[in-house]
Ligand binder design. Structure first.
Ligand code: NAI
Length: 386
């Protein structure tokens, strides 16, 4: 396979998520990192891109310059990752899709449901891939959970319990720290803080693992640090279109919790539990039986798990390798499109703009519900209602 060309917007020096994208995109040798507009400061972005080996004429000062520069090249980037702050995702993603680029957008994909629907329509009209980085779905054992549910190991799914609770914004003395404060300021963060930032990962994972979509929800939001306008803690109850009952807790004031993403699925004939901080073990309990620990990389797992697993059993794989699985799905889909052949259906596990849109509808639904004493609301985007 010829190498694909990859570029990134955002993810500059010192950013949180930029390194994981570079590691993930580079892992399998499918992509060459050839272009970037990496920083909100043009000079810093150009200098950092060149320090990472990007040629000076492709180390851009901003995304518009990159759009113009790459559009004019015969060897233009095959995939653009958008890893800038949330409020910029819509404008950048839409512009690159319209110009005929495949895009991987960070979550949340947009700030509003209407913008989310526009991205879905733009991607469909362009025929280009718009993926959304729910990167934790790339873990081998998350894909194995999904496969176990799909092949019926649990029987009908009764209940899914998802958590994404950390304690990194729990210090009240930090409330005025500029690096924390913007996250709870509606002018910069939008309608929701913790649910839109972390809760949507857990909610998307509930859908990914069960194969069901969220239909309606009821939310309770709290600002445990009272000066915050937006929520730092949320409990969301939901119902899924296949009949599963859903419970979700997300928090940024849960002192002692680190990353805190866990998912549990309970069916008629067994239960599963996976935690992102111990991603190489999956706990499986058949009804009436003992707890069994499934190890990533062991024999006789599902093809989905094997495809997403790289090093031998016993050697821990972590988050950048989960991102690498999103990139390997994208590499397969983009290569198939270039070669005018059908893509390996396994690559279709990669989250798409539809997932990004569903998350936005859930965020806005949860905000509506929370401001109406937990009233149950339709969580589906208008374009996906019956
Ligand atoms: P950050 O603040 O650490 O870094 C943002 C980077 O983007 C900086 O290098 C900044 O200079 C650059 N930037 C800002 N505006 C820009 C513009 N207009 N053009 C080019 N570069 C620009 O932010 P962080 O935490 O890395 O988050 C970025 C995005 O990634 C957010 O949307 C966030 O929600 C998402 N994220 C996703 C995670 C996941 O697990 N999928 C985890 C963490 C963040």
């Amino acid at each position: 396979m010829n190498k694909l060309n990859w570029g990134m917007i955002g993810g500059g020096q010192g950013s949180q998520i930029g390194p994981a994208h570079r590691l993930g995109s580079g892992l399998d040798g499918a992509f060459s990192f050839v272009a970037g507009a990496l920083d909100h400061n043009a000079d810093a972005g150009r200098a950092y891109a060149q320090s990472l080996g990007i040629a000076p004429d492709r180390a851009y000062g901003d995304w518009r310059e990159m759009l113009a520069g790459e559009s004019a090249r015969p060897d233009r980037v095959d995939l653009v990752t958008v890893a800038t702050p949330n409020a910029t995702h819509f404008e950048i993603t839409k512009a690159f899709l319209e110009a005929g680029f495949h895009v991987l957008c960070e979550k949340p994909m947009t700030m509003t449901v209407d913008e989310g629907e526009q991205i879905v329509r733009t991607a469909a009209a362009s025929g280009k891939i718009c993926a959304v980085n729910y990167g934790y779905t790339g873990y081998s054992l998350v894909r194995h959970m999904r496969a176990m549910v799909a092949r019926g190991d649990l029987g009908k799914v009764r209940l899914v319990v998802a958590e994404f609770a950390h304690g990194h914004h729990a210090n009240a003395a930090d409330a005025d720290n500029p690096r924390v404060r913007w996250r709870y300021d509606p002018a910069q963060a939008g309608v929701s803080a913790q649910f839109a930032d972390c809760g949507i990962h857990a909610l998307h994972m509930a859908s990914f693992v069960t194969g069901q979509e969220v239909e309606k929800l009821s939310a309770d939001f709290a600002s445990c640090i009272e000066s915050r306008v937006l929520e730092d803690d949320a409990m969301v109850n939901f119902r899924m279109d296949g009949g599963a009952v859903g419970r979700l807790w997300t928090s940024s004031v849960a002192i002692g919790r680190q990353h805190g993403l866990t998912i549990q699925v309970f069916g008629e004939t067994g239960g599963l539990r996976w935690a992102q901080e111990q991603p190489n073990q999956l706990y499986w309990t058949p009804v009436g039986g003992r707890v069994q620990i499934i190890e990533r990389g062991e024999a006789n797992l599902s093809p989905e798990a094997d495809r997403a697993s790289r090093v031998t059993v016993g050697h821990a794989e972590g988050m950048p390798l989960a991102f690498a699985n999103i990139y390997s799905d994208l590499a397969e889909m983009i290569s198939a499109a270039k070669q005018r052949r059908p893509a390996d259906p396994a690559a279709a596990l990669c989250p798409t703009a539809l997932d990004g849109l569903r998350s936005m509808a859930a965020v806005h639904g949860a905000v509506r519900s929370a401001s109406n004493n937990g009233e149950w609301v339709d969580a589906r985007p208008p374009m996906l209602r019956d």
